[in-house]
Design a protein around this ligand. Structure first.
Ligand SMILES: Cc1cc2nc3c(=O)[nH]c(=O)nc-3n(C[C@H](O)[C@H](O)[C@H](O)COP(=O)(O)OP(=O)(O)OC[C@H]3O[C@@H](n4cnc5c(N)ncnc54)[C@H](O)[C@@H]3O)c2cc1C
Length: 510
């Protein structure tokens, strides 16, 4: 190890900063790295970001934390996927579920691929994704995805959580791992002769010096974009949303095991179940509706028109930095970029960025030897997520507002997404095209197929013809029975959460 790479300063204590601190401490503390997280006492965290994807489980395992240690404290619930509601006007496709797929789906997914492929060719077969995946059934019955020991298959799931509570929890875990914590608002970044960050200066005149810096300052991107002047590549021409209005509502006993994303007039609203409240937010485009109109529509949607609940309004920008690692600085979280929250991918991007950085930095013996390769890899992932999210909007059949009309005819989509859509419309199997365009770098083939079929991108019902015996290869009713049989192994979500709540008081040491 190069002796000049031992002090790391992480600037910013939002979820991104604390994820970075924990992963870096887990990997490097034993090697003598000194890791300090510096956070402004005056600049708050963004305070949203409550949905996740399955890799967050891997993060918790990597830093040595059990579900029984963190979930109750962070108001966390289980998540098996997302229902998309009212995104399509196609008969029979007003909603669909995007599942986190698991091992038992290996038995049923081939039928989904087969049926949907033939339905695209005009054969009248069941092709709605909601009939083929275990997670869909777990979500329908509100069952926790925690399988008993004798269930012979792996089950994939993510979580919902209170982001402020998760930040506090991760700060404590990081402290146990030896991460130092300092409060300071950095207002000057001083570069050396080679353009590297030399030191940071706080408002009170404190000098903060390290060999390597992590920028987790949120949308400010104080180090990467402001000081090192790494350009920002906007994707606002293909993703119109730039604002959100957020309200909490009370939780009921019957806690959902899914996020619900409901399309509204100028965007979409999330419903995220936590144990102590439900998180709600309306993500919309300020180009198409005012702050007040968005709030009124959202209140109506939630049945809160006359309720005395204060709304929080947020603005955000979509896109990514041209590089995530520049000079002696790595940006993680909102400081490196943000693709809007529709599929809750942001924290996964944080995790992937930090894990791949650790790998590249180690492999290069703590030099920037693998920086270009790392940057390319992370940017490819960002762009793959962007295309998947853009696709949600581009294939909409809604025409009830200018917002949806413009989304549906937007020609400013990437060549890679254009190629996928062309392949779909031509009735081809999109697997090869996804690989060619590197669009399976994040969402797998099955997710793309759920999205395109779930929104009803099929010939019209009246154009479909009955298939012969060969076409009717799969009995969907039998598959459903299998899925329902598997679901018998799972406990109601609220029971599983109660188990975690009971275990929580024993956590005296955390
Ligand atoms: C509307 C919306 C919904 C979202 N939903 C999801 C979701 O469901 N799932 C998901 O994964 N993600 C979601 N995200 C993204 C998610 O919120 C963020 O990725 C996550 O919270 C991490 O934020 P962060 O740590 O990068 O930034 P922040 O939370 O903004 O933290 C920034 C930190 O930097 C510090 N700081 C800033 N400037 C300075 C300075 N000069 N000196 C010292 N300290 C400084 C601040 O004090 C703060 O601690 C959503 C985002 C938005 C906008």
């Amino acid at each position: 190890m190069s002796s000049s790479n031992k002090r790391i300063v992480i600037l910013g204590g939002g979820t991104a900063g604390w994820i970075a601190a924990n992963l870096m401490a887990t990997h490097w503390q034993q090697q003598g790295f000194e890791i300090t997280l510096v956070e402004s006492p005056d600049i708050g965290i963004i305070g949203v970001g409550e949905g996740s994807t399955p890799p967050l489980r891997g993060f918790m395992t990597a830093i040595g934390v059990q579900e029984s240690e963190w979930m109750y404290e962070c108001g966390a619930t289980y998540k098996v996927g997302i229902t998309f509601k009212d995104w399509s006007t196609k008969p029979g496709f007003s909603h669909y579920f995007h599942p986190f797929v698991s091992q038992p789906d290996e038995f049923t997914a081939p039928a989904f691929f087969y049926n949907s492929f033939l339905r695209r060719k005009g054969i009248n077969l069941e092709g709605h994704p909601d009939h083929f995946f275990l997670a869909t059934e777990l979500a329908r019955q509100k069952l926790a995805p925690v399988a008993p020991d004798n269930f012979p298959f792996e089950i994939n799931y993510g979580y919902h959580f209170d982001s402020a509570l998760l930040g506090k929890f991760l700060a404590r875990v990081a402290a146990r791992k030896g991460v130092k914590y300092q409060q300071a608002t950095v207002n000057e970044v001083v570069l050396d002769g080679q353009g590297n960050i030399d030191y940071l200066k706080s408002a009170e005149g404190q000098i903060i010096k390290a060999d390597f810096y992590v920028d987790s300052t949120g949308f400010r991107s104080q180090l990467l974009q402001q000081a090192l002047k790494v350009p920002f590549i906007s994707c606002a021409d293909s993703l119109f949303n730039d604002s959100a209005v957020v309200f909490p509502t009370p939780q009921t006993d019957n806690v959902e095991v899914q996020t619900i994303a409901t399309a509204l007039k100028n965007g979409w609203a999330w419903t995220i179940p936590l144990t102590h409240r439900v998180g709600n937010g309306y993500v919309y485009s300020a180009r198409f509706c005012s702050k007040n109109d968005a709030e009124t529509e959202f209140r109506q949607h939630l049945g809160l028109l006359d309720a005395d609940v204060e709304a929080r309004h947020l603005q955000f920008k979509v896109g990514r930095a041209a590089e995530h690692w520049a000079k002696n600085c790595l940006a993680v979280g909102l400081s490196q970029g943000f693709i809007e929250p529709l599929e809750a991918t942001a924290l996964d991007m944080v995790q992937e960025t930090v894990v791949r950085f650790i790998e590249a930095y180690n492999r290069g013996n703590f030099t920037d030897q693998h920086r270009a390769e790392f940057n390319h890899r992370i940017s490819t992932r960002f762009d793959a997520v962007r295309d998947y999210i853009v696709c949600h909007y581009r294939i909409t059949s809604r025409t009830d507002t200018e917002y949806w009309i413009e989304n549906g005819r937007n020609e400013k989509i990437s060549p890679s997404l254009r190629a996928i859509l062309a392949s779909w419309v031509a009735g081809k199997n999109i697997t090869d095209e996804l690989e060619k365009q590197k669009l399976d770098a994040y969402f797998p083939n099955v997710s793309w197929n759920c999205l395109l079929t779930g929104k009803g991108l099929y010939p019209l019902q009246e154009q479909l013809v009955q298939g012969n015996e060969m076409a009717n290869k799969y009995d969907v009713a039998k598959l459903q029975k299998f899925i329902q049989g598997c679901a018998l192994n799972f406990k109601p979500h609220r029971e599983q959460l109660a188990v975690l709540a009971q275990a929580a008081p024993e956590l005296a040491t955390l």
